[in-house]
Design a protein around this ligand. Structure first.
Ligand SMILES: [Ca+2]
Length: 304
């Protein structure tokens, strides 16, 4: 008690302590100043950080950013050779030419199909429906059979080339997007990422994989594929860009700007570009897309 009393007295009696009297008067000002400094720092940091894109950069955007550096891939455009009809109800997911016929896989639940199409007229010569639980994706010829990916069922559907009869299933892990046959030696598959997976054409076993980069940046959303003499072409989902890829390194060696094939009015009723088929006889590509009313026979030329 005595100590308490005496100390209270002492405090009361002692002269004002300059520090303790000034501090209570100024701390709100200092707190406000500190808050202002923090706010300024946050503002400055946000300003100096690169803007976050609303979506991953498209290959064309990355290429434009790279400019003419030694790492920059070739800039190509499409030159139209001819225009053919395409079933506007075909939600194209896979496309390739074999023996003068076009083989096409179409997607969507309840609407997926496997087709043989006349490449000149767009006439559907044969068509089988895919069971409604599957959303069909990429298509390729593998070991003499047609192999059709499914989006999320983790199995490929196998058909006889001559009769389109079901001939088994091949399991895999992850999503199925695009597929092409690399000279019959191996299959190349995409899954919506930046990865190309190489698979055994008979067993579908994984033989290896490579990540695709453009000037060091990963290129994801790789979709429909076309294997052409050891080079891989992939269109990029939700863009009009087609990439030419070196499968050994994963490096993009050219970006093909395939925009402008459809008219603005046609774009209103169609989905994205998704279909590349190489014609080895004519050295041209057939390009189409989901619900596109046309197929375009094109060559890839230097961009103007
Ligand atoms: Ca293809």
């Amino acid at each position: 008690m005595a100590r308490k009393h005496s100390s209270r007295q002492a405090r009361k009696a002692s002269p004002p302590a300059p520090r303790s009297r000034r501090w209570p008067m100024h701390w709100p000002i200092m707190a406000v100043m500190a808050a202002l400094l923090v706010a300024l720092a946050v503002f400055w940091l946000n300003r100096s950080a690169p803007p976050r894109p609303m979506h991953p950069a498209s290959p064309s955007e990355v290429q434009a950013a790279v400019g003419q550096s030694p790492d920059a891939p070739e800039r190509l455009a499409v030159k139209i050779v001819s225009i053919r009809p395409h079933d506007p109800n075909a939600f194209t997911q896979g496309l390739f030419l074999h023996g003068g016929s076009l083989f096409e896989s179409t997607g969507l639940y309840g609407e997926s199909s496997l087709r043989e199409v006349n490449p000149e007229t767009g006439e559907v010569k044969r068509r089988v429906s895919v069971p409604q639980q599957y959303f069909a994706e990429g298509l390729a010829l593998a070991d003499g059979r047609l192999v059709q990916l499914t989006w999320q069922n983790q199995k490929a559907l196998v058909y006889g080339l001559a009769d389109f009869k079901t001939a088994g299933e091949l399991p895999y892990q992850g999503e199925g997007w695009g597929l092409c046959s690399d000279g019959g030696r191996r299959l190349v598959m995409t899954d919506g990422s930046d990865r190309l997976t190489f698979r055994d054409p008979k067993t579908f076993a994984v033989l290896g994989e490579v990540r695709v980069t453009l000037a060091g940046q990963p290129m994801d959303r790789l979709n429909e594929l076309e294997c052409v003499d050891g080079t891989i072409y992939a269109n990029v989902w939700q863009t009009d860009d087609i990439l030419r890829i070196d499968p050994a390194s994963g490096k993009v060696t050219a970006v093909v700007d395939a925009s402008g094939l459809l008219t603005p009015a046609e774009r209103q009723t169609t989905d994205v570009l998704n279909g590349i088929a190489w014609d080895p006889g004519k050295k041209t590509f057939l390009i189409t897309g989901k619900l596109w009313p046309k197929m375009f026979e094109v060559t890839f030329v230097p961009r103007p």
